[in-house]
Ligand binder design. Structure first.
Ligand code: GDP
Length: 365
């Protein structure tokens, strides 16, 4: 029997086992374009079925790319740059050139200077041990920067295949769809969704010179907040639109809760403005530091939500990170957003679920 591939995710179609990847009902094989049941459901009902791609499988895919002669596009989510970073890519893919593309720039406020961000990306890549041939900043959604990124790909691939890699949810499929749309004028071919892990097999898209652009399954970074969330919480937490920064004038010994996800304490310093960049749908609550513990115990999952109490119980408990700020700094809570502290000489701390990365960077605004 001829091998059939799902037009949604690229997985091989099978008709025997409903529980396994790639199942499609036998009757659907008569259609011109076959789609697996999982993609069918995702498209039509927004349902999510569990995915069985492990970190090992992902490493195997990376190693197999390393044996080819190809350009690698490493995609990250600019809103969760460090959380969506794949460590040690050079080690896995050998000498292949890597083009670094950060997606979802549309969620950042317009005031964020794009050139400065690109500059920051280069420095951050270097710090994390990546030597990209180039970097680009795009929105696969709005198309911002996509043509420039396509030009960079053409310039660096030198008639070779292109593999797009990244963690789940960075927008690989959306990006490739955008390229297809730009190149052919056709609509959506690959399944994209805001649920992690919708792209299963490798999806090959022919390029004009007989080479391919290949969408790879995303690897799951366990320490990303998104993996704890149910679909409703996910959609509240992942920003879909331009973030509206929220500025708080705080006195020392005041606390801001970010939903029930995290808390920011202004411990020491003179009255000061702090700017919060998180999804517009996560409410912030101000309180006195001395009341913060009690408020959290009494109101988590209710007034301090999302997430729900059930999700919070599945998440690790809070751990505290304290910072003495000397220059304009962003404190990033991976996957949730960041807090900009403009004024030096303050001591602040962040409480966030243990295992969720909290880090500082020079302010990008
Ligand atoms: P993949 O797992 O890397 O293939 O990611 P998808 O292409 O499936 O996208 C994951 C989620 O991010 C979906 O909800 C997309 O709608 C969303 N997304 C993708 N690109 C962008 C973008 O440029 N901006 C925004 N705001 N969301 C995006």
């Amino acid at each position: 029997m001829e091998q059939l591939i799902c037009i949604g995710c690229g997985v091989e179609i099978q008709t025997e086992d409903k529980q396994k990847e790639g199942y499609a009902p036998p009757s659907s094989l008569e259609k011109e374009e076959v789609i697996c049941q999982r993609c069918f459901r995702l498209r039509n009902y927004n349902e999510i079925a569990p995915v069985s791609l492990t970190a090992d499988d992902f490493l195997k895919i990376l190693h197999s790319i390393g044996e080819k002669d190809a350009l690698i596009v490493k995609m990250v989510d600019i809103f969760d740059f460090n959380g969506s970073w794949i460590d040690g890519l050079h080690r896995f893919v050998g000498k292949q050139p890597i083009l670094l593309i950060a997606n979802k720039v549309d969620v950042l406020p317009k005031v964020v200077n794009r050139n400065r961000l690109i500059h920051w990306m280069r420095a951050e890549a270097k710090r994390l041990g990546l030597k990209p041939v180039d970097v680009a900043l795009i929105s696969a959604h709005t198309g911002e920067g996509v043509e420039e990124a396509m030009e960079l790909i053409e310039q660096h691939r030198k008639q070779k295949d292109v593999y797009v890699v990244g963690t789940t949810n960075v927008g690989k499929s959306t990006f490739i769809n955008k390229i297809i749309e730009t190149a052919t004028g056709e609509g959506e071919v690959i399944t994209t969704s805001h649920f992690p892990g919708t792209t299963l097999g490798l999806v090959e898209i022919p390029l004009a010179d007989g080479q391919y652009m290949i969408d790879t399954p995303g690897v799951i970074n366990d320490h990303q907040i998104v993996h704890y969330l149910n679909p409703k919480e996910l959609s509240l937490t992942l920003p879909k639109k331009e973030l509206k920064p929220k500025v708080y004038q705080l006195n020392e010994q005041q606390t801001i809760f970010i939903g029930g996800f995290a808390r920011f304490d202004f411990e020491q310093g003179s009255r000061n403005a702090f700017t919060f960049y998180v999804s517009n749908q996560i409410p912030l609550h101000r309180t006195k530091l001395e009341n913060a513990d009690e408020l959290y115990d009494n109101h988590k999952g209710k007034m301090l939500a999302p997430p729900s109490i059930e999700t919070l119980e599945a998440m690790p408990p809070f751990t505290k990170y304290q910072y003495s700020i000397k220059e304009p700094t962003d404190i990033v809570i991976s996957g949730l957003g960041w807090i900009t502290v403009q004024q030096p000489n303050v001591v602040v701390s962040v409480h966030a679920p243990k295992g969720i990365a909290v880090l500082v960077r020079p302010s990008i605004i």
